[in-house]
Design a protein around this ligand. Structure first.
Ligand SMILES: C[S@@+](CC[C@H](N)C(=O)[O-])C[C@H]1O[C@@H](n2cnc3c(N)ncnc32)[C@H](O)[C@@H]1O
Length: 239
């Protein structure tokens, strides 16, 4: 997710923000002033709305440009949010938050040991009985549907294509930008570990997080192999 030569993807993901925020509030069902960590908050689209609703929000991301957009927007709207620039492998909060949210497939960036260490840090950051809401792509759905896309870039001269292949749980995404006037080509590659529900159940439970509910989309429908997302609400149990 970035604002780069491929275009401003913030606009695309903003479309669903209102529904996502309503979903987050309903799923967590926490009293006002509860402490929420938005882990990998990007440019703050959820963090800001949650703070506007009266929650005490901390937003962590490692991309300085996203955080500066988030800070500017929060200042304009006069909402107070504790933003922090940090690599997700280096968060150190202990028994602090009532809830952690991890939105828009922002998990699975590393190898299995590092991904598990991130989950451990999430668990430690929660108070006992704290809630963890994680929004993942549904691997079964991804495997059944063609995710390759091709569209014209807003500059009018270029076309953008994305190609997604999944092999042994690893989703490999290749994005290409071809300028049809100059012939110039740019490519980026991105890999994301995707999880089945059984794998997530095991990973969460290893870190003392017990699944309470699994949703398939932000309209609240229940997860199955034909829903586009796998949105898990888990609760921290005694260690
Ligand atoms: C898919 S975006 C999701 C952002 C936000 N949750 C949303 O829904 O708009 C993933 C985010 O993870 C951040 N990120 C990527 N690698 C990171 C790392 N190693 N540590 C912390 N944040 C990272 C990126 O800067 C980006 O904002």
């Amino acid at each position: 997710m970035s604002q780069d030569v491929f275009g401003d993807f913030s606009a695309a993901s903003l479309a669903g923000t209102d529904q996502e925020v309503e979903f987050i509030k309903a799923a967590l069902n926490l009293p006002a002033c509860s402490k929420i960590l938005d882990l990998y908050c990007g440019y703050g689209r959820h963090a800001i709305e949650l703070a506007k609703s009266g929650y005490a929000v901390t937003g962590v991301d490692n991309t300085a440009d996203f955080l500066s957009i988030a800070k500017q927007k929060a200042a304009e709207l006069e909402v107070s949010i504790d933003f922090c620039q940090c690599d997700m492998r280096e968060i150190h909060f202990y028994n602090h938050f009532d809830a952690v949210i991890n939105m828009f497939a922002a998990f699975g960036y590393f190898n299995d040991d590092e991904n598990s260490a991130v989950m451990g840090a999430i668990s430690r950051s929660l108070k006992p009985k704290g809630l963890f809401l994680i929004d993942l792509l549904n691997r079964e759905w991804m495997q059944k549907n063609n995710l390759n896309r091709y569209w014209r870039h807003p500059n009018g001269e270029s076309v953008v294509s994305t190609k997604v292949e999944i092999y042994e749980g690893l989703a490999m995404m290749k994005r290409q930008l071809i300028n049809q006037v100059t012939g110039q080509k740019m490519e980026t590659d991105f890999q994301l570990r995707t999880y089945s529900l059984a794998e997530m159940t095991e990973l969460l439970s290893f870190h003392h997080l017990q699944i309470k509910k699994v949703y398939g989309a932000f309209d609240g429908r229940t997860y199955d192999e034909d829903t586009p997302r796998m949105i898990i609400l888990a609760q921290k149990m005694n260690e």
